[in-house]
Design a binder for this molecule. Structure first.
Ligand code: FES
Length: 65
């Protein structure tokens, strides 16, 4: 699934970034990593990206407890 159309990247790229990073991540850091350092343009993808990042971060916290 394509997450961002302005600087196209997929949910797989987001998950690969989060898995590769290991710990928790922020939405802005994840966006920058997946877009090649770009900033969001229209911002329509940020809610979807936030959901993916929050799900990842919750899973990380569950593992570390
Ligand atoms: S769709 Fe991601 S910034 Fe526009």
């Amino acid at each position: 699934m394509i997450v961002c159309l302005c600087h196209p990247f997929s949910d797989k790229k987001v998950k690969d970034h989060l898995d590769g990073k290991g710990g928790c991540s922020s939405v802005s850091e994840t966006y920058s990593a997946c877009s090649g350092g770009e900033k969001p343009n229209c911002c329509q993808c940020l809610e979807t990206l936030k959901d993916i990042v929050q799900t990842h971060n919750r899973a990380q916290k569950a593992v570390s407890v």
